[in-house]
Design a protein around this ligand. Structure first.
Ligand code: FAD
Ligand code: 2HG
Ligand code: ZN
Length: 458
């Protein structure tokens, strides 16, 4: 190991590494403080060639690599294990926007670009990069692609996977695979970029990507709706989709308990309704100046008994206030205390049944539980998190019962955050044997020494 460390330091130069325990601290633990790892070094290569040289050196020494972006992931995928023998490779110094091609609606960026900076670079040439999530000020595009991140705009634009035209990646033997084409159509051979998207650093290290840009959406109206039941949210989604089609940019469901947590833990937050409701939907509609259509559709929803009360933001400041409440949920939940996260998806048509049966199940298993339910119902993806009373031992049983229900309804135990280290044992349980075999075949073919993020996903 000592010899490898000297080699790595030489490859990345004096600004490209740290062994200082204080610098390393935040890199060894997941965002919520779960999973504490150890490492002899974090390296910060400044180019794709340096990443390749680092990987070659680690492969020769058979030492494992943990690729790290902004370390905002929620399943301990970006932190090393406790052995102290895994090297962190951070992409933070590879943060250049290489090229923006406004005419082609595309841009080429390095993996370490913060998501927020990618969005700004697109907006500077009057284009729109569609991925958006609460951690956008600190997560990196490489991390977003490696986790196939979702966020609030999936209902209209799809997940991270759908925002990519090309990928440059370094394989486990140090080979650079350069597929940075900026084409919408390309049927020449296998679509290799998709191997690296969503594979959480286990099949290669993403060093750059060509991203798809969209025209800026029409002026957006932000609306907060108070509703009586989660079932009404699903019916409302159907009604709005029929009437407004693709202009729905975001459709988020949040329980009253969750907004209560935000109001308790995040300064200057308050719901704009006089009377509270059990649930709320936060909606962005790119309606332009067609306010009459929006008013008519909302009026219709009220007449159908799907909406109890509504607030339409009058300006961007009011919209910002509403979205600040939504984007503060994870922070508020963390301040509230420990909770179990269940980042699940079911077909939207089964969401109501999931919530009804989930409620019954929790009442039977752990009556003192607090349900922290919110999320991207427009995509069928809900954060069905639960806080258990201190000392409760029901955690594992509760999680498994929820995942079994999700599975029965044709859903997924991991819809957004990935598998990482914390959900690894769930994969063989909820994926078929043939799928697992194929995943293992791919892993072994691409990483025969198992040095890329071992202990994660598979
Ligand atoms: P990291 O956490 O550093 O890494 C995530 C995984 O990708 C790890 O397995 C790591 O090894 C691997 N990896 C990182 N970079 C590379 C690379 N260049 N090449 C290969 N592998 C790599 N997620 C959502 O999907 N939707 C949300 O709405 C959302 N909201 C969030 C809100 C908050 C407040 C927080 C803290 C997190 C949220 N997340 C959300 C989770 C997280 O932000 C995403 O998973 C994000 O995509 C991770 O990016 P990152 O750069 O922090 O990656
Ligand atoms: C969100 O949608 C994130 O805010 C975080 O995916 C979810 O904290 C969570 O469980
Ligand atoms: Zn989410």
């Amino acid at each position: 190991m000592k010899q490898l460390l000297e080699q790595l330091k030489a490859i990345v130069g004096p600004k490209g590494w740290t062994t200082d325990p204080t610098d390393l601290e935040a890199r060894l633990t997941e965002w919520r403080g779960v999973a504490n790892g150890a490492t002899p070094i974090a390296v910060f290569p400044a180019s794709t060639d340096e990443v390749a040289a680092v990987v070659c050196a680690c492969a020769d020494a058979e030492v494992a690599i943990v690729p790290q972006g902004g370390n905002t992931g929620m399943c301990a995928g970006a932190v090393p294990d406790a052995s102290g023998e895994q090297v962190i490779v951070s992409l933070a110094r590879m943060n250049r926007i290489r090229d923006v091609d406004a005419a082609n609606f595309s841009m080429e960026v390095e993996a370490g670009c913060l998501l927020e900076n990618v969005q700004t670079a697109a907006s500077n040439v009057d284009r729109f990069f569609a991925l958006s999530l609460s951690a956008e000020g600190s997560c990196q595009i490489g991390g977003n692609l490696s986790t196939n991140a979702g966020g609030i705009n999936v209902v209209r634009y799809g997940t991270a996977r759908a925002q990519v035209l090309g990928i440059e990646a370094v394989l486990a033997d140090g080979t650079i695979v350069s597929g940075l084409r900026s084409l919408r159509k390309d049927t020449a051979g296998y679509d290799l970029k998709q191997l690296f998207i969503g594979s959480e650093g286990t099949l290669g290290i993403i060093t750059a990507a060509t991203l798809k840009l969209f025209p800026r959406p029409a002026a957006i109206s932000t609306v907060l709706l108070a509703i009586d039941s989660s079932g009404d949210a699903v019916r409302l989604l159907g009604l709005l989709r029929n009437a407004l089609a693709d202009s729905i940019e975001a459709f988020e469901l949040i329980s009253d308990f969750v907004f209560g947590l935000v109001e308790s833990h995040i300064p200057d937050t308050r719901l704009p309704f006089e009377q509270r409701a059990p649930w709320y939907v936060l909606l962005d509609v790119a309606i332009g100046d067609n306010n009459e259509l929006l008013q008519a559709v909302l009026g219709n929803a009220v007449n159908e008994g799907l909406v109890r009360d509504a607030v339409v933001a009058k300006n961007s400041m009011e919209a910002g206030r509403l979205w600040r409440m939504r984007h503060s949920i994870a922070e508020a939940e963390k301040a509230h205390g420990k909770s179990l996260k269940h980042d699940i998806a079911v077909p939207i048509s089964r969401m109501e049944e999931f919530l009804r049966r989930g409620d019954e199940l929790l009442k039977n298993l752990a009556p003192d539980i607090q349900l922290i339910a919110f999320g991207h119902v427009g995509d069928g993806n809900l954060h069905y998190n639960v806080a258990l009373p201190a000392g409760s031992e029901a955690g594992v049983q509760v999680s498994h019962a929820i995942y079994d229900l999700v599975n029965e309804l044709g859903g997924s135990f991991s819809a957004e955050h990935g598998v990482g280290a914390t959900k690894r044992e769930l994969l063989p349980k909820y994926r078929s044997e043939s799928e697992i075999r194929l995943m293992r075949t791919l892993k072994t073919a691409l990483d025969p020494k198992n040095i890329l993020n071992p202990g994660k996903v598979i």
